[in-house]
Design a protein around this ligand. Structure first.
Ligand SMILES: Cc1cc2nc3c(=O)[nH]c(=O)nc-3n(C[C@H](O)[C@H](O)[C@H](O)COP(=O)(O)O)c2cc1C
Length: 229
């Protein structure tokens, strides 16, 4: 696939056929993804390929813990887990998780409830000792560390797309990182970046909804004139 076409048409795919992804294909995807950039080229990503059905089910349960706290926040009009959220308001909303879990239990379940059954499931980790986190001492939330890992994950999705496959990077399971750590013997200096699902898309999504360049680009100052053609 032509590169520009690829980056403009790689969606979050959450519905897959039952076609398996071979180890050879998965290896090839990771082999492409490893050319991602990282601070100082330290390549601090680590990947656990989740194959054991029991482990997958346990990981799904942890995913759902985060998911059912995410959903009520969306329903309440919040940006879920935003660092600028009013934490008291957010906590009240998150307390509705049990109701959302119950509603889901009454239906067939969606991607989240079936994430253990996706063709390939990867837990992507970040070795903190390999991350050049230049903003770590600023008196604010750190942004830079993750930037050494998420391009790698995006490359996984691009490499999958190039093979006619699809997937999604997810993060709600990170809420349960301590339990994931114990379950999968992850050492203390390694943190969870994403749970990535991959498979053959059930339907091909061709059009992505995105803001225009003018919407997010200004000239000279943050409140400057919009940068337009
Ligand atoms: C940092 C990050 C975290 C995300 N976490 C989740 C998640 O936990 N669960 C999920 O289903 N999708 C997750 N997504 C996927 C986004 O919802 C998706 O990229 C976005 O809605 C755009 O979808 P589209 O490319 O199909 O338009 C995440 C994406 C990113 C980049």
């Amino acid at each position: 696939m032509e590169l520009r076409q690829g980056i403009r048409t790689t969606p979050a795919t959450r519905a897959f056929t039952e076609t398996a992804i071979s180890d050879e294909t998965l290896y090839g995807i990771l082999d492409d993804a490893r050319f991602a950039p990282s601070g100082g080229n330290r390549q601090g990503w680590r990947v656990i390929v989740l194959k054991d059905p029991l482990l997958r089910t346990a990981v799904k349960e942890l995913y759902l813990e985060g998911w059912y706290q995410y959903l009520p926040q969306v329903a309440a009009g919040l940006t879920p887990f935003s660092v600028v959220n009013d934490r008291i308001e957010e906590a009240e909303v998150r307390a509705q998780a049990a109701r959302f879990a119950q509603d889901a239990a009454n239906g067939p379940g969606g991607f989240a409830e079936n994430i253990d059954k996706v063709p390939a499931l990867l837990l992507v980790l970040a070795d903190l000792s390999a991350l050049a986190t230049i903003d770590r001492d600023l008196d604010r939330y750190s942004m830079v560390g993750g930037a050494s890992i998420y391009p790698f994950i995006w490359n996984i999705l691009l490499a999958a797309h190039d093979r006619g496959l699809g997937g999604v990077m997810t993060t709600v399971a990170v809420l349960e990182e301590p339990a994931l750590r114990e379950l999968l013997t992850i050492p203390d200096h390694v943190v969870v970046a994403s749970l990535v699902a991959l498979g053959e898309p059930e339907t091909i999504i061709t059009k992505l909804r995105r803001d225009t360049v003018e919407d997010f680009t200004t000239i000279d100052t943050f409140d400057g004139e919009h940068f337009a053609q």
